[in-house]
Ligand binder design. Structure first.
Ligand code: NDP
Length: 283
């Protein structure tokens, strides 16, 4: 049996972390690409993230970061951030190069690749993004980069949507024409793609999310994933969305982008997504 640890130690760090699917995803990518690695779940204490990262990189090669540490990872890698990480203000992928910690955010790339996989390339689309938390921050710039016609971000706390817009426009002034913000009621017009980036689907209660007006050939996308359609997906179907989907493909897509950063190889998403879907359940 090969010594995978010596070939490369990788992991995902968060709190809680038991639920993370990242180890099985990265292990499948590694098998696909003939790369030997170990990939572990690391539970960091809420006040011990920096120490846990320091310990890991004594011999580790790459770390994925999940809740609640993405902003702290951004601070830790502040000297070596990709543009996507700066735009997001959060980091989900860390690696060590030339003795320095580097950080990127691959959530948005994962979302865009999943939208394309589903036949809804964001280019020239009118997109409504609901939510202005960490997940939303990670996808705004990649959606703009992908060439959408308009990206309108709405949030229950409308000031957070406006702050998000200001942050992105300050770094990318050209975005001002295509990026707008408002409260949950502020979504007049019709949309090609509506994305639920709130944590409402995590709760058992009916989410306070608006019904949008859907264009022809439209998609309603819930970043949350589960074995059955979420309340958002069911409401979107009733409101006229042509296709509804959960965020499992985004999860595999962001992992594929991290894998490519670490190993320099683009793994195939489809077979890994199919295997995961059979475990999680059908949408
Ligand atoms: P955050 O806690 O950072 O943000 C939560 C957001 O949800 C805020 O905008 C909040 O609004 C809003 N919200 C919460 N409850 C409601 C409600 N009942 N009605 C309306 N708005 C509500 O969470 P994240 O951004 O990190 O995660 C959001 C979702 O994205 C989660 O479901 C998560 O599982 C999913 N996700 C999926 C990924 C994937 O790869 N598929 C990757 C990352 C996240 P307010 O500001 O007013 O409180």
């Amino acid at each position: 049996m090969s010594d995978t640890t010596s070939a490369g130690r990788y992991g995902v760090i968060g709190n809680p972390i038991k639920h993370s699917r990242s180890p099985e995803i990265h292990e499948q990518f590694a098998r696909q690409c003939g790369i030997a690695l170990s990939y572990e779940r690391i539970l960091a204490p809420e006040d011990g993230f920096a120490a846990a990262v320091g310990e890991f990189f004594a011999d580790g090669k790459g770390l994925n970061v999940t809740l609640p540490f993405k902003e702290q990872a951004f601070e830790l890698a502040a000297k070596r951030l990709t543009r996507r990480a700066r735009m997001a203000g959060a980091v989900n992928t860390l690696w060590m190069k030339d003795g320095e910690l580097h950080g990127c955010n691959t959530d948005g790339v994962g979302l865009c690749s999943d939208l394309r996989r589903l036949g809804h390339d964001p280019a020239d689309m009118r997109i409504l993004l609901i939510g202005a938390g960490g997940a939303s921050r990670g996808v705004v710039f990649p959606l703009l980069e992908a060439g959408c016609e308009l990206l309108h971000v709405i949030n229950r706390t409308s000031s957070k949507a406006h702050d998000l817009r200001e942050h992105v426009v300050a770094l990318e002034p050209d975005a001002s024409r295509r990026l707008s913000a408002g409260g949950l009621d502020d979504h007049s017009g019709d949309w090609d793609i509506v994305i639920n980036a709130t944590s409402a689907s995590l709760q058992q209660t009916l989410p306070e999310l608006p019904d949008a007006r859907y264009r022809k050939n439209s998609l309603a996308y819930d970043m949350f994933y589960a074995g059955e359609p979420t309340a958002f997906m069911l409401a979107a179907e009733r409101a006229g969305a042509d296709q509804v989907m959960d965020g499992l493909g985004m999860l595999v897509g962001q992992a594929a982008a991290s894998f490519a950063i670490w190993h320099g190889v683009e793994p195939e998403v489809e077979p890994v997504l199919a295997a995961l879907r059979s475990q999680v359940g059908q949408v």
